[in-house]
Structures are given as C-alpha cells and as structure tokens.
Design a protein around this ligand. Structure first.
Ligand code: NDP
Length: 486
C-alpha cells in the first residue's frame, strides 16, 4: 500500500473527514488497490478555502526573493526524493519507472526552480506622463484552484502551483481521483521547504469537488488540465463568477514528415509522440503525415522498432511501456482500435492485449499502428489517449498544412525536414500552441505551453504563465496641483 496519512492536506497538515465518500487508488499494473481515501466534504472544502484565503495576503506582501527561496528549497527536496516520488507515481499511474524518473517529479522540480528564480523579478512598469507619472503593480489574484488530469499528476500540480505561489497567490489543488497520491507529497515537501500553512492545499474527490471549488465565491481563478468536455464545464462555471480560467485540454496533433527528413529521427519523433506514457500525453502527434515517397521505408523502420518496445513490470527500469492508467481507459482505447478496423484502416502492428507474465490483471495494451488512415476516420478525428498511431500520406506542402489544420483542436504540432525555410514557413502556418521542428514532445518549463482552438485557453510555464496568475494595477501619481474646472 502507498496509504497516505490522510486524504487531504489543508492549512499545512494532513486532514481527514470520515464523512467523505470513500474511493480507492489502484496500481494499474496489478489491478490491486494501493490506497483508500475519501472525497472532500463541504467541511474540507470550506477549511481549504478559509486557510488559503487567510494566508495569501501575508505571502504576497513578502519580497519576491523570499517567496522564491521557498520554491527553490522545495525543488531541491523533490530532486533529493526523486526516486521515492517516481516509484509512487509509477504505482499510481502505471507509467514506466524509466519515464517517471526523468519526467514527473523532475519536471515539477524544474517548475519550482524556474518560478522560484524569477519570483524576485515579477514587477511592474514605470510610465512617464510629463510632470506626472504612473506605475503598474503586478498583484496576485488571491485563492487559485488547480484541477489535474491523471497522466502527469505531480508535474501538473507543480506547473500550476509554482507560478501561482511565485506571484503571491494561494492554491487549492484537486488531483484526478484516479491518481490522488503524489500531490499530497508535494504539499508535505512545500511545508518542509518553509511554505506557510494554507498556501498549498490538496483536496481529493471527483468532478463534484472540482465544480464546488470553481464556483466558490472566495476562489479568484481556476486552472484545469483535462479533456475538452470538462474544460467547457469549468469555463462555463468560471464565467458565471467572472473568474479567469486557464484550460490545458486535449489534442489531435499532426506530425509532418517531409520528403527530405532524417528518417530515423522522424521515426523516433513519431514513437516518442505516440508511445511515451503509454500514449497518454495530451500533445501526442497522433496524426503522422508522411510524404508519399517515404511511406514504405518509414513504415518498415517504424513497425520494426515498435515491435521491439519492452512492455512489462513498470517498476523494472528496463521496461519501456507500462499499462494504461485504468481498465476504463483501456476499454476506451480498444473501442477506438475497433473503430479503426471497421472503418477500413490497415492494422500494421498491435491492436490487442499483451500477456505480461506475473501481471494478469494489468490494464495492458499493445502499441498499435494503423496505415491507410484517412482524414475522416474516427481515429484521425478524436483524441484516443492511448498508444495508437495513425499514418496518413500526403503529396505537397499546401495540402498537408490544410489537412493538419482541419481539426477543432490546436494543442501542438511537429515537423521533420532539413529545409530551413520550409520548417519556419510551415511552423507559422500550423494551428498549434507549441510546435516542434525536428523533435517532438519536449516541454521545458522555460517555454510557454498551452493550446489554441478547442485545446485550451491561457498558457502555463515561461513568463507567459505570470500573466495568468497576476493582475495589473495602475497607479497614477499627480505631482502638481489638481487641474479642476469647478
Ligand atoms: P477529465 O477532463 O475527465 O478530468 C480532468 C479533471 O477535472 C479531473 O480532476 C476531474 O475530476 C475534474 N473534473 C471533472 N469534471 C469537472 C467539473 N465539472 N468541474 C471541475 N472539475 C471537474 O480528464 P482526465 O483526467 O480523463 O484526463 C485526460 C484528458 O486530459 C485528456 O483528454 C487529455 O487530452 C487531457 N490533458 C490535457 C493536457 C494539457 O495540458 N493540454 C495534459 C494532460 C491531459 P475526476 O477525474 O477526479 O472526476
């Protein structure tokens, strides 16, 4: 078991309310429960809101360098405990330990380090007005709510908490009910690093807890990572309270391989962009457009390398692919694979459930590749959130740009080419919040991250995130006598 001391973390300490609806967190590799928790009751939510509301003004009044120091200490603690945190994340999500060791707590530490580093530089502008002048103050919003998805639990918590805290806000974070554990560890670490009580609270529960938090009148802002339908609900609820919302939603991103691409690198990009985290990455390049002249060579290398992916015990560092996060998610992915078959896509490899010795009850799935996919097929239009790669072919640049943009999503895109002019021309033409040239799925904290079209609103990471966790106050200063006609 990975049982925490209590389900929630409020006012700087673990908190339990036995009146909350019980739920379990499962290890997706074994199918066994690893923790029993309770959803937040109204009393827990009220306690979290009270403690956050009582804490942020003092925190905001401190010099930025002091706030930053706490975040930097937390980053160091995360790095010291990276292995222990990675094992916990692997058990809760099923993602292979070789990934969680580098992409989860480590990414959370990067965010705390980067926002800790800039906290002292978050400031305003001086605006000369002749004899008078004005200045702007960048002020916090107050109590911010973060709502997470299950694919990168601790990373999502830190990508939201780090900029919020750097700006002087408090945060109440609700993890996905499927992966509730690592956010509690982040809360403990922030307290150990010196974060005053009430500034980072964790409350557990499903959608009702998320919607209660969003609607709470003391909450000033909400940042949610998850699916488009949930994003629409959160945005509607935030609009009702005239609250700003940051929404990091789903995608159906294109990855374009031009005829002059380095074939091995392009295959690597397509594999990283479809199979990392067992395909449960929002930015995945699930529509792989390959120039018709490269198609056969691309398929040969892609299929050979995909069939060598090692599936197995996610805690074994040699394992390259763990199970999906849950059996529910596997049912969803299998139904998309079935739709691909029925609608006439050609299954090149995978499509089934592998036997994994010693783990008969895991949510396993084979990495799957379909060829001869057309733009109108379900697997080319809807987000699957599993290791299912669709191959499409194209003949020319204008055609592939139009087809790549022919979706309601706009989270990310990638392209492989050696032609510098084409790379930047196509990068400018694609509808995407992030675009990778000759690479895929790299999300360093320094660069803004977020979607266009239905893939989201606002940006996380980089300086852009500061705009979404602060507001500008203008202060006008009159230096002479007041000019008044009365
Ligand atoms: P969901 O949209 O189902 O849930 C996201 C979070 O919102 C969960 O914590 C969920 O609670 C909560 N929630 C659900 N309903 C409401 C509501 N009405 N009000 C407030 N909160 C609510 O997403 P998943 O967890 O299933 O994650 C997968 C999705 O996330 C994929 O579509 C993927 O594309 C997207 N995603 C986007 C990313 C991005 O940055 N753009 C990154 C990662 C994932 P609970 O689940 O506990 O009920």
């Amino acid at each position: 078991m990975a049982q925490p001391d209590a389900s929630h973390y409020v006012a700087g300490a673990p908190l339990e309310d036995n009146g909350g609806t019980p739920f379990e967190s499962y290890d997706p590799a074994t199918g066994e429960p690893i923790a029993r928790l309770r959803a937040a009751t109204k009393a827990v939510i009220d306690a979290a809101v009270r403690s956050a509301d009582g804490a942020w003004r003092d925190w905001a009044a401190r010099p930025g360098v002091e706030r930053g120091r706490v975040l930097l200490r937390a980053a160091a603690l995360l790095r010291e405990r990276n292995r222990e945190l990675s094992v916990l994340e692997t058990r809760d999500t099923g993602k292979a330990l070789q990934e969680t060791l580098v992409a989860d707590a480590a990414s959370a530490a990067d965010a705390l380090e980067w926002f800790g580093g800039i906290a002292a530089s978050i400031g305003g502008q001086m605006i000369p007005l002749g004899a008078d002048f004005a200045y702007t103050r960048r002020e916090p919003l107050g109590v911010c709510v973060g709502i997470g998805a299950w694919n990168y639990p601790i990373q999502i918590a830190a990508w939201k908490a780090a900029p919020a805290l750097a700006c002087g806000n408090a945060m109440i974070f609700k993890p996905s009910e499927v992966t509730p554990l690592s956010a509690l560890k982040l809360a403990e670490i922030l307290t150990e690093a010196g974060l005053p009580a009430g500034l980072f609270n964790v409350v557990q529960g499903a959608s009702a807890v998320g919607s209660n938090l969003t609607a709470n009148p003391f909450v000033a802002k909400v940042s949610m990572t998850g699916s488009v339908p949930t994003g629409r609900k959160v945005y509607t609820a935030a609009a009702e309270g005239l609250k700003p919302a940051t929404l990091e939603l789903g995608g159906k991103s294109p990855l374009i391989v031009f005829e002059d691409a380095d074939l091995d690198d392009a295959v690597s990009g397509a594999m990283l962009g479809n199979f990392y985290s067992t395909g449960q990455v929002c930015t995945n390049g699930t529509r792989v457009f390959v120039h018709a002249s490269l198609r056969d060579a691309f398929i040969e290398r892609l299929v050979a390398r995909t069939e060598r992916i090692r599936i197995g015990d996610p805690l074994d560092e040699a394992t390259q692919m763990g199970p999906l996060v849950s059996h529910t998610q596997r049912e969803k992915v299998l139904s998309y694979i079935e739709a691909g078959r029925e609608e006439g896509a050609r299954l090149l490899t995978g499509g089934g459930i592998p036997e994994v010795a010693g783990f008969p009850n895991g949510a396993w799935i084979e990495p799957t590749i379909f060829a001869d996919v057309t733009d109108t097929m379900t697997i080319a239009r809807e987000e699957i959130f599993g290791p299912v790669l669709s191959l499409l072919t194209f003949e020319d640049e204008a055609e592939v740009i139009a087809r790549a943009n022919g979706t309601g999503f706009g989270l990310a895109a990638g392209l492989f080419t050696k032609d510098l002019a084409r790379a930047h021309r196509v990068a400018a033409a694609l509808d995407a919040g992030t675009l990778w040239i000759n690479g895929y799925n790299l999300t360093p904290v320094e660069i803004p991250f977020g979607g266009v079209k239905a893939s989201g609103l606002g940006r996380e990471n980089g300086w852009a995130a500061i705009d979404h966790y602060s507001q500008v106050k203008s202060v006008h200063v009159t230096t002479g006598s007041v000019d008044c006609p009365y």
